[in-house]
Design a protein around this ligand. Sequence first.
Ligand code: LIP
Length: 271
Amino acid sequence: MTAASDLHDLAVDIACEAGQLAHRRRSEGVHVAATKTALADIVTDADREVEALIRTRLSAERPDDGFLGEESGAERGTSGITWVVDPIDGTVNYAYGIPSYAVSIAAVEGDPDPSAWTALAGIVFNPSSGELFHATRDAGAWLGAERLAVNAEPSPAGALLATGFGYDPATHAPNLERISRVMPIARDLRRIGAASLDLAFVAAGRLDGYFERGLNPWDHAAGALLVEEAGGRVGGAPHGRPGKRMTVAAGAVLYDAIVAQLGADARDEDG
Ligand code: LIP
């Protein structure tokens, strides 16, 4: 059996190498290779190249593990460990030159499904800022050498929240309506543009809470472990776990308040 700390150390090593490649390619100029689910949903040459680097390194070092990546799909392994990878989370920021994007790598155990897996290690690395957020199950969440803790209680002014929007224009109106439901408990709202960084910022206490509908497993796999290991709660739907239908992350008190404001959107039974 592999120790979670070994998975963590390997993920840190690969995320740093991958982040440096993304950063270098960004400085050389970004080329949009294709659109995916909608015209606004883009993939750059760098997304593909960075994911290929991560996948090649993982299969060389851990040939029996599975892989689930945003750009190159899924492959089951035999070891019980799957690597869940977003090579460049925040691709639109990346394409526009906004320095809020990250390499997100998680090692998870169990069925490679977010409602069933247990994350063992999670890395979110922003090569523009040089910030490396990393967590190992039961060993805490860290920004470099600094231990992270979520904000236990939002201030009397309300919670500093973040959210995100999917790429499908049909989701914009319901997203705005959802925001209007949550704003009564907020002091303000941020839209950073990279779910992995939203979650890392909740872990670091830079945000009080975060919610988003429509996330894919690679958007939240590493960030969710950061929040949990920083003492926060991460959940949503389906199955009370972070997922496509809803992802919510915050300290325990605020978590319940966000879920109450979201109502049926954060529960399983209505969707
Ligand atoms: C994106 C996110 C963003 C979210 C989008 C999308 P990508 O990931 O992290 O914050 O709102 O729905 O999933 O496509 O840049 O890797």
